[in-house]
Design a protein around this ligand. Structure first.
Ligand code: BGC
Length: 749
């Protein structure tokens, strides 16, 4: 690989934008090869032959693993890493240098059309799962692209909208997931988002791309633009956006050359970007050619395992599940025959094969009855993005199908009703407008439940949906989008060869109106204000003490677990939490042990509890496993806006351990020494600030308490709220001597 000084100005500029939709440019005279990057994230989407300009041509067959909404529900980063390894292997076989994923954006709004591509409403969860995927893919000598950096939480107006986020939520919620993955796994590349963040395009934001990503987090890879996200190219290079994708047809390369020649762009900035591209190419070239062909069966088997692990058993009254193969079952709902197993858009995989739930159920239980119950709209061609909604079937057809389904249900021991969101309801490129299931699906559930109370609802959806029937059916199985082996995964769980262990990585609200971003997303006039602040997802419902249909972290098993006492110790690098968990049931199962932390006396706003650590553990019946979780100091800190830095607040931390955010079995309190935070006093500081200051505090107390201000504004040693909030530059009007103020300020400077 040449040195940057071997390249001409034009060659350097050329390197910083794509050759075409998927490839980088070669420099033949210097032996620099062209490398290819492709989507991601839950499988390989490598377009066959020439790439078109929209990236929608058919792609080579690849294993379609569960999208992040599914895999994230496993709460198991080791499983994510195994899936990542398989994707990396497929990429290596196809000679792909970088897989464009994973996506760790936070599910801020339940309406975001791309929520199926993201892991969670919680940053620690998203970071942990994203790190698993990155580790796995990169273990194969293939790079990743952590996306979409940052605050890309809706599809509406995604190429222009400004996500207006205050510093604390930005740091503690939206950037934290990226920070965790970058610091823990060093992805080869980070993909900047389309949108603006606080008014600045992510593709040209020096704060995000250089100050935070590189200077604070130590990222040493390449920043790549989302496809078409580059705005003003020269500004982008200056800010730290190294590679523009896809090709700009040479236009922006020339702009860079001209800017350097005109003295508007420092050549060192361009050198830095081009050098990072060279480093990426060098890294990609270090991978030995993959030997052997793709083991389609082995990867399909892994996809099946991952699918089973992604399923969340929301409800199972009376132990109606698992089913016995001898039970007479009616399968209802066209999703059982035409499964929806991935979302539309750039992540759309051309699967090596597809398991159909109905067939897989029949393989276990024989020739069960089947009735489609409704008509699904035709699946869109290409990458599954539908531009127009399909016409609705005639009411007579709808009624006939429903009547047939009811008949089938009547004769069965159990009715399995498959309902969900068709492709046209959610996809990359647009947001949903509501969280309702299609009306025909809801009517079908009600009609079947009226005919046969033993209903198991099986859901297929990429984002949360309202479940108005939740109290009227005994069992609900959330299968999300499960990838190509989902049909087998569902049958495995329904018939108990897999004991469900998925947990919700997003809360299920009762109503759209209950959700945190309801009044602010998608915003207007190209601005969306993140007005709920740090109260995203369960933080919101907990703070407002709102009921939800199913809480964050929830998921049932076919066995039961009991918890011992929780112990927590401060380790210097965080909190070590230990608890014994026993499988008290009859079958082996996995429990996802979750640790939530709160800081009751905190000086800053806090959510009632925040997930800080979790572990998925396999436990045999009767067995007790000692589980150790680590809540690391980094993740316990809050962003202190007055000092512009992270602070581990000194004080008592309460650790609650449980099976969900609302099923907590025990807690322990641990004292954390924390960081010293001394905010220098200014004239705008309050009397309360002065009292709290380690040096100025004693002076302020002594001088103020004895004077007229203290007489009115204090009771004993305590300041009244009015006195506490009074700025130092005003207290002279209320009887404090000006000299006293100066002495306090001098001591607190
Ligand atoms: C998406 C990215 C994707 C890229 C390439 C964009 O539209 O936002 O997630 O990696 O296209 O297909």
């Amino acid at each position: 690989m040449p040195d940057i000084s071997d390249l001409t100005l034009e060659e350097k500029a050329a390197l910083t934008s794509g050759l075409d939709f998927w490839r980088l440019k070669a420099i033949e005279r210097l032996g620099v090869p062209s490398i290819m990057v492709t989507d991601g994230p839950h499988g390989l989407r490598k377009q066959a032959g020439e790439s078109d300009h929209l990236g929608i041509n058919a792609s080579v067959p690849a294993t379609c693993f569960p999208p992040a909404v599914g895999l994230g529900s496993s709460w198991d980063p080791a499983l994510a890493a195994r899936v990542g390894e398989a994707i990396g292997r497929e990429a290596a076989i196809e000679d792909v240098a970088v897989v464009l994923g994973p996506g760790v954006n936070i599910k801020r709004s339940v309406l975001c059309g791309r929520n199926f591509e993201y892991f969670s409403e919680d940053p620690i969860h998203a970071a942990t799962m994203g790190s698993g995927v990155v580790r796995g893919i990169q273990s194969q000598g293939v790079g990743t692209s952590l996306k979409h950096f940052a605050a890309n939480n809706q599809e509406t107006d995604r190429m222009r909208v400004s996500s207006d986020v205050d510093p604390r939520p930005l740091r503690e919620i939206y950037l934290r997931a990226f920070q965790g993955v970058v610091e823990d796994t060093q992805p080869w590349t980070v993909m900047c988002a389309y949108n603006r963040v606080n008014g600045v395009y992510a593709s040209e934001d020096p704060f995000l791309l250089t100050e935070v990503l590189r200077d604070e987090w130590g990222f040493d890879g390449l920043v790549i633009s989302d496809w078409g996200a580059s705005n003003v190219r020269v500004d982008g290079v200056r800010a730290g956006m190294d590679l523009e994708m896809p090709s700009s047809g040479g236009i922006t390369d020339r702009q860079l050359v001209d800017a350097v020649r005109a003295g508007e762009l420092d050549e060192a900035d361009l050198d830095r970007a081009a050098e990072r591209v060279l480093t990426l190419i060098r890294r990609a070239n270090e991978r030995a050619a993959a030997d052997g062909a793709l083991d389609v069966d082995a990867h399909h088997a892994l996809a099946r395992e991952a699918a089973g692990r992604s399923i969340v058993l929301l409800k199972n009254e009376g132990g109606i599940l698992p089913l016995a193969p001898t039970q007479k079952v009616a399968v209802i709902g066209e999703f059982a025959e035409k499964p929806r197993y991935q979302g539309g858009g750039s992540s759309h995989i051309n699967p090596t094969r597809v398991d159909v739930p109905l067939e897989r159920i029949r393989a276990v239980a024989g020739d069960v009855a089947y009735a489609p119950g409704y008509v699904l709209p035709e699946a869109p061609e290409g990458i599954g993005m539908s531009a127009v909604k399909a016409p609705k079937p005639e009411p007579s057809v709808v009624e006939r199908l429903r009547a047939e389904a009811v008949e089938a249900a009547k004769g069965a021991d159990v009715a399995l009703v498959f309902v969900g969101l068709p492709d046209e309801d959610e996809s990359e490129g647009f947001d949903r407008e509501h969280i309702d299931l299609p009306a025909e699906h809801l009517a079908l559930v009600d009609a079947v439940a009226a005919a046969n109370p033993n209903v198991v609802v099986v859901l297929s959806n990429g984002g949360v949906v309202a479940l108005p029937f939740a109290d009227r059916v005994p069992a609900i199985v959330e299968t999300w989008l499960l990838g190509q082996a989902g049909g087998s995964g569902v049958a495995d769980v329904l018939y108990g060869s897999v004991n469900p262990s998925g947990r919700l990585a997003e809360s299920f609200p009762y109503r759209l109106e209950d959700t945190p971003a309801f009044t602010s997303a998608p915003g207007e006039n190209q601005h969306v204000r993140y007005g709920e602040g740090i109260y995203v997802g369960y933080r919101w419902y907990d703070a407002r003490r709102m009921d939800v249909a199913f809480p964050f972290g929830h998921g049932l098993s076919y066995t039961t677990f009991s918890y011992g006492d929780v112990a927590a110790t401060a380790t210097g690098d965080g909190i070590e939490i230990t608890v014994d968990v026993t499988n008290t049931g009859q079958v082996a199962g996995r429990e996802v042990v979750q640790a939530y932390v709160s800081v009751p006396g905190s000086a800053v706003e806090r959510a009632p509890r925040e997930l800080k650590a979790f572990e998925s553990v396999e436990i045999e019946p009767g067995q007790t496993v000692a589980v150790t979780l680590t809540a690391c100091a980094r993740d316990l800190r809050y962003w202190e806006t007055r000092a512009d830095r992270w602070i581990l607040e000194p004080g008592d931390y309460v650790v609650e351990v449980g099976s969900s955010s609302r099923d907590l079995h025990g807690s322990a309190t641990v004292a954390i020494a924390g960081d010293e935070l001394v905010i220098p006093l200014t004239r705008d500081s309050s009397v309360g600030d002065a009292f709290a200051h380690p040096v100025a505090g004693p002076i302020a107390r002594a001088e103020i308490a004895s004077g007229p201000f203290g007489a009115v504004m204090m009771s004993g040693d305590e300041l009244s709220p009015m006195g506490r909030d009074m700025p130092l530059n005003r207290v002279v009007s209320f009887g404090v001597d000006a000299g006293v103020v100066e002495r306090i300020l001098a001591a607190g400077a």
